[in-house]
Design a protein around this ligand. Structure first.
Ligand code: SF4
Ligand code: SF4
Length: 86
């Protein structure tokens, strides 16, 4: 489901902030999303992707689990879950 680590050529190992995650990661529920793009705007790693309603997701290779996307989502359509959960 996730691309190879080389999916963003040119990015250094230091930019792969996914390894910084401390236990939690966002789960994009894709149920009540209204495509407001707030999650994209707020993400400090620029790793949220999406276009149409209920298509938003993030690249876990770069996501550092800060939780800002879940906090800002007006539809509560992003949930922070444990690293090991799906
Ligand atoms: S948890 Fe933070 S880094 Fe990860 S997708 Fe959400 S805003 Fe971006
Ligand atoms: S912030 Fe929530 S409602 Fe807005 S685009 Fe992201 S997931 Fe969808």
């Amino acid at each position: 489901m996730f691309g190879p680590l080389t999916s963003k050529p040119g990015s250094s190992q230091a930019n792969k902030t996914g390894s910084w995650r401390m236990g939690k990661k966002p789960k994009f529920l894709q149920k009540n999303c209204i495509a407001c793009k707030m999650c994209i705007l707020v993400c400090p790693e620029n790793c949220v992707l999406g276009g149409e309603k209920n298509t938003y997701h993030c690249d876990y290779v770069y996501c550092k689990g800060c939780g800002l996307c879940a906090e800002i989502c007006p539809k509560a359509d992003i949930m922070m879950i444990e690293e090991g959960e799906q």
